[in-house]
Design a binder for this molecule. Structure first.
Ligand code: AMP
Length: 490
């Protein structure tokens, strides 16, 4: 494929910028196929976590075109990371054949020197996702100074990480030690004096060494904060802040966490520079989002939606439906009722899709009705409400929908319409959240209204156009079809 510099117009500031051939090549190799919509300056401004993308995976690079949808399946080979032969040998000797998803997503950015927020749990291969880039970076100029620091919440994790470094780095000559409490300081001091490249430490013991003057952190180039949420649960926040004071200003930070509680967000905002967010699996929605379930019958959903929209104060609102068809229909109903609304679903041509996104992004239209897939890649900062008109199919989809509100400093509300048939999904979501979600009824809404359209639908046999279906009697004299109710909205 031949790449040539392209002149593009920034959708935020309106100035022209060049999408260089080398950038195109880089993004193409990462699976991105669209052009960036913003100039690098505007992208940087927006990159603090406001890019929305993907289903199970969310990757937003500050230097990547953040409107671009991330391919769902972009697992690469270890070869494509261009690791040094000694680091690569460690990968093979550890028996790793293919990178895990978090490794595929995080390693290229880490190697490029970006700060990273890795939203992944233990068991995803997250350790190698930061160990390999660290080995690669440190291998080149070993000088006996501590250039890599990993902070772990527990000694078990510190030990495991140290073992991973030993295993993956066995051919590099890189020396690592782990420091944690409950064992003597003296042997640790001796190892530090002998010179190490990487320290894996629990916060308390690390500070003991700092205050005793037995460790010098002034050469650290790469810092990993592992299991950050757990660290904060354990009350280590003051220690982390303290440790950061002893590190050089210029350093790469990789933060891994299974969830994003407010404490972790604050840390990210304070210390990470234009971080790339890489996510694998469930991450419970931020606590800044109020989640509410609205029990409702299927045929009353549209009426409830309209009454809700009339009663609540909103900024931008995203309404999620399960199907493209329904997104269109709900948008149409809202439009007919006088709401300014646009819809986004897979059937739209790219130009109409772009018009819909732009009018929503600029605030010309406050309500967007969308399906999960169509809504990927919309980056709108001030979405005050997410309304799940239809229950999402998976807990991941729920998390991602809800995550479109309450971003960074903002609070948000996520309402989900719940029908009796959604009981199983309700259970799954509440299990993921670890708590019950508040149920709310809308004041003044007529929950008893009958379905406006009830018809008998024959489920078996065929029916010619314009002909009355022949009703044959079964053995027990009952007709061989069931009576089902269809609501006004399919
Ligand atoms: P972690 O999530 O880092 O605790 O890793 C979980 C387990 O996966 C550890 O036993 C690792 O050795 C293993 N592991 C990590 N990356 C790979 C890989 N690419 N292929 C096979 N196993 C891996």
């Amino acid at each position: 494929m031949i790449f040539q510099d392209k002149a593009l117009m920034c959708s935020d500031c309106g100035t022209g910028f060049i999408f260089s051939a080398s950038d195109q090549k880089f993004f193409h190799s990462r699976g991105f196929r669209n052009e960036p919509k913003r100039c690098p300056g505007c992208r940087d401004k927006r990159s603090q976590g406001i890019c929305l993308a993907s289903d199970a995976i969310h990757t937003s690079a500050p230097d990547a075109p953040c409107d671009i949808e991330t391919p769902a399946e972009n697992v690469v080979d270890f070869e494509s990371f261009a690791l040094s032969p000694k680091v690569f040998a460690g990968v093979r000797l550890s028996g790793y054949v293919k990178p895990t998803l978090i490794q595929s997503k995080a390693i290229p950015h880490a190697l490029a020197g970006s700060d990273i927020i890795g939203l992944a749990q233990t068991g995803t291969g997250k350790t190698a996702a930061f160990v390999l880039p660290m080995l690669q970076r440190l291998e080149a100029h070993r000088n006996g100074n501590i250039r890599g620091l990993v902070i772990s919440p527990t000694r078990e994790l510190a030990e495991q990480t140290n073992e991973s470094i030993a295993s993956l780095g066995r051919r590099t000559g890189i020396r690592a030690i782990s420091l944690y409490g409950g064992v003597g300081m003296t042997p640790q001091m001796r190892s530090l004096r002998d010179g190490v490249d990487i320290v894996v430490a629990c916060p308390g013991r690390l500070l003991d060494h700092v205050w005793q003057g037995s460790i010098d952190l002034s050469s650290v180039e790469m810092l990993v904060i592992d299991e950050a949420d757990r660290m904060f649960d354990m009350g280590f926040l003051p220690d982390i802040n303290n440790i950061l004071r002893y590190l050089p200003q210029k350093k790469q930070i990789l933060l891994f966490s299974a969830t994003m509680p407010d404490d972790v967000r604050q840390l990210v905002q304070a210390y990470l520079h234009n971080p790339v967010t890489v996510q694998v699996g469930h991450v419970a929605p931020a606590s800044s989002v109020t989640q509410v379930f609205y029990p409702v019958k299927q045929h009353l959903k549209s009426a409830l939606l309209m009454d809700l929209l009339r009663q609540i104060e909103t900024e931008s609102v995203v309404v999620f439906t399960r199907t493209k068809h329904r997104a269109e229909r709900v948008a149409e109903q809202l439009k007919n009722a006088g709401f300014k609304v646009t819809s986004l679903q897979g059937n739209l041509a790219q130009s109409r899709r772009q018009t819909a996104i732009d009018s929503f992004r600029r605030g010309k239209v406050k309500i967007l009705v969308a399906t999960d897939i169509a809504s990927r890649g919309i980056d709108v900062l001030r979405i005050s409400h997410v309304i799940n008109y239809d229950m999402p199919d998976t807990a991941d989809a729920y998390t991602h929908r809800v995550g479109r509100t309450g971003r960074i400093d903002n609070t948000g509300e996520a309402y989900t319409f719940v029908c009796p048939e959604d009981a199983e999904m309700v259970r799954i979501i509440e299990r993921m959240l670890g708590r019950k979600v508040e149920r709310r009824m809308l004041a003044g809404f007529n929950y008893d209204e009958e379905s406006p359209k009830t018809e008998s639908v024959r489920l078996t046999g065929s029916r010619r156009f314009g002909q009355r279906a022949p009703v044959t009697r079964g053995a027990g004299g009952r007709p061989p079809y069931r009576r089902v109710t269809r609501s006004a909205i399919p």
